[in-house]
Design a protein around this ligand. Structure first.
Ligand code: GLV
Ligand code: MG
Length: 308
């Protein structure tokens, strides 16, 4: 069985057409990277970028990172060639494909079947390569649950905030910032929560998209802090300057991690002392029960994965 619950605190976007940026990416402390064939690559550079991406995956140097490629979306003429060339050329060195502008489960099923065909034809393990549908428009968000359920290959739902804001005509030019004139709360709460609930309902991860103001680390912390607080697993990064902040945002705070481990220890100690007969225990003046144990497990699990 492939473990589809990977560390995904930070996912670095790397233009598939840039040898320089691909080289630089190898040295960055991100959990995941994706070599982009979509919006970071000009139409005339797509074919060359595919070759560069295949070579970069096969050359290696990516130890410890989940290796992904973002193909073009299914409204273009490029998608099938992206998938065939990348998976035939470097399938053994690829962990997931990101499918942008996924607007319905049929997009994911198409990719699942195509991957299976290529895996069979080339002798790759069938089903190992995962899929990360990126939800970037109203249709995609409306179909979030069906998309998450469309294939056992789905590992994460990824939010595409820039395309999403454009697709719903949101009156803001800055990703994640509240649109001027909207002063009654967080204009993004519904979108993030809907994606997150759809992901969790189907046991897959939820990943926030990019923050485009790469020098504004405070802005990144504010916007990324919201999805991190809700429970997202990670966020895309576009630049080395964003990596530390995002790794930190999506790791638990030290005090929360320590507290979670204390809850787990206290709960285990009390329940085993009672021979399994007790369902609740006290930690100082805090009552802990099976539900608090589950909350603590989430935080402790994230902390352990982050090496705390
Ligand atoms: C990313 O693809 C976005 O549209 O924000
Ligand atoms: Mg996009």
């Amino acid at each position: 069985m492939v473990d589809r619950q990977r560390a995904r605190r930070s996912c670095l976007a790397v233009p598939g057409s840039s040898a320089k940026m691909i080289d630089k990416a190898r040295g960055l402390a991100v959990d995941q990277f994706f070599l982009d064939l979509e919006d970071a690559v000009a139409p005339l550079a797509k074919a060359e970028a595919r070759e560069r991406v295949v070579a970069a995956l096969n050359e290696g140097g990516w130890a410890g990172k989940t290796r992904s490629v973002r193909v073009n979306d299914l409204t273009t003429e490029w998608t099938y060639r992206d998938v065939v060339d990348v998976v035939e050329g470097a399938g053994a060195n690829l962990d997931t494909l990101v499918l942008p502008k996924a607007s319905g489960p049929e997009h994911v099923r198409w990719l699942d079947l195509t991957l299976t065909q290529i895996e069979r034809a080339t002798g790759l393990e069938v089903g190992r390569i995962g899929i990360e549908p990126q939800l970037e428009d109203a249709a995609g968000l409306a179909a979030a649950e069906a998309i998450a359920a469309a294939s056992p290959r789905v590992e994460a739902l990824v939010y595409g905030p820039a395309d999403f804001m454009a697709s719903i005509n949101m009156r803001s030019l800055v990703v994640g910032h509240q649109p001027p004139g909207y002063d009654v709360g967080d204009a993004y709460h519904y979108v993030l929560m809907k994606l997150l609930i759809a992901a969790r309902a189907h046991g897959v991860q939820a990943v926030d998209g990019p923050y485009l103001q790469i020098k504004d680390v405070d802005g990144l912390r504010a916007v990324g802090g919201r999805s991190a607080a809700l429970g997202f697993d990670g966020k895309w990064v576009l630049h080395p300057a964003q990596v530390d902040a995002v790794n930190e945002l999506f790791s638990p705070r030290q005090e929360d991690y320590d507290h979670a481990e204390n809850i787990l220890d206290a709960y285990d100690w009390h329940t085993s002392a009672a021979g399994g007969a007790r369902g609740a225990a006290m930690l100082g003046d805090e009552m802990i029960d099976e539900a608090s144990r589950k909350m603590a497990l989430v935080i402790a699990g994230k902390g352990r994965a982050a090496g705390m």
